[in-house]
Design a protein around this ligand. Structure first.
Ligand SMILES: [Zn+2]
Length: 334
């Protein structure tokens, strides 16, 4: 097998036949190397999961306590058949990693999901030099340029204060794993009580158990809704919107925190009062910067707007190609 095929897209996901493993497989395999705990990357049924020490408890929470995990510290290597594999921080959420695969002095890196902006709830993205980079491309259009997170968190705090002044409950839609904890760590907890949806509560506890500093929160339930009403910031996954619990908190102001909030029509479509542009993925400049930083001669792109970035890179002299995947990206909903 040539170096050109060290990692290939298959129906099971990104497969490395020389190493006999699959990265973030979409169906059960013998050896799964998992980049992070989002459900579209971490699926049940594989015989063995290789992941970071922080991803292992997230997988056990989501896939069951009996799964067989092998953990690798950042940069620690493991030999899988004819390849040497190591994991390196991706800055996407706690425990998220890139996968470095080496065979015969030839190096491929699969980024998984990643971002370049700072995030106090996880280790920062590490640039890993490679010959071939397989990068995510969720926000691969020039319109996606993230504002400084600090400014966005100030805006969220101000919106929360404004809601209180109008005696409205501030309900913010966030992805339950990663985004919820990043927001919780960044908001000003002196403004008022913070409550989280039941699906977010155990993940917050998991983050704390893994040493991430988070301010106190309340788990939202039928009993405490009345006292939180008009004062609290409530974090809930998008799927929880328009369910009965939200009625107990009315009047509410609704918002979402996502890279998709760049597109105004998206906020209108979701009938939200506010949209905050904050993403755990790389924006357009972040994608280009990362491709440059790694020194990769070939670049494969997965998820999102691959066509635009492939064309842009080819015009810049980079050997770029799209990789078809069946997965839906985890920010499909805001
Ligand atoms: Zn993800």
């Amino acid at each position: 097998m040539s170096h050109h095929e060290l990692i290939q897209a298959t129906t099971a996901g990104l497969n490395c036949s020389l190493g006999e493993f699959c990265i973030d497989p979409t169906r059960p395999v013998r050896t799964a190397v998992i980049t992070h705990g989002h459900s579209d990357h971490a699926r049940a049924g594989s015989h063995r999961y290789i992941c970071s020490p922080q991803t292992a408890p997230i997988l056990r929470h989501r896939l069951g306590k009996t799964i067989n995990t092998t953990t690798l510290e950042p940069g620690e290597t493991i030999d899988l058949r004819d390849t040497r594999v190591s994991l390196h921080p991706a800055g996407h959420l706690l425990g998220s990693t890139q996968v470095r695969v080496e065979h015969d002095h030839h190096v491929w890196v699969v980024t998984g999901d990643y971002k370049r902006h700072p995030d106090p709830t996880c280790a920062p993205f590490e640039v890993v030099p490679c010959d071939v980079l397989i990068s995510e491309c969720t926000f691969g259009l020039p319109i996606y340029r993230w504002p400084e997170p600090e400014h966005v968190f100030n805006d969220i705090n101000q919106w929360w204060r404004d809601c209180q002044a109008q005696q409205r409950t501030a309900v913010l839609s966030v992805y339950a794993l990663g985004k919820a904890q990043r927001i919780l760590a960044a908001i000003d907890p002196t403004i008022g009580p913070v409550a989280v949806h039941g699906s977010i509560h155990p993940l917050n506890k998991l983050y704390r158990d893994l040493g991430i500093s988070l301010p106190d929160w309340t788990k939202l339930d039928a009993r405490n809704a009345a006292e939180l009403k008009g004062r609290a910031l409530v974090l809930a996954p998008p799927a929880a919107r328009n369910t009965t619990w939200i009625r107990k908190l009315t009047p509410v102001s609704t918002a979402a925190a996502s890279g998709w909030m760049t597109v105004r029509g998206r906020r209108r479509h979701d009938a939200l009062d506010r949209g905050f542009v904050i993403s755990d993925h790389a924006d357009w400049p972040g994608l280009l910067q990362t491709i440059r930083d790694t020194g990769a001669r070939r670049v494969g792109l997965t998820h999102g707007n691959t066509e635009t970035l492939v064309r842009y890179l080819r015009e810049s002299g980079v050997d770029a190609f799209a990789i078809a995947t069946t997965r839906h990206h985890d920010e499909a909903a805001p």
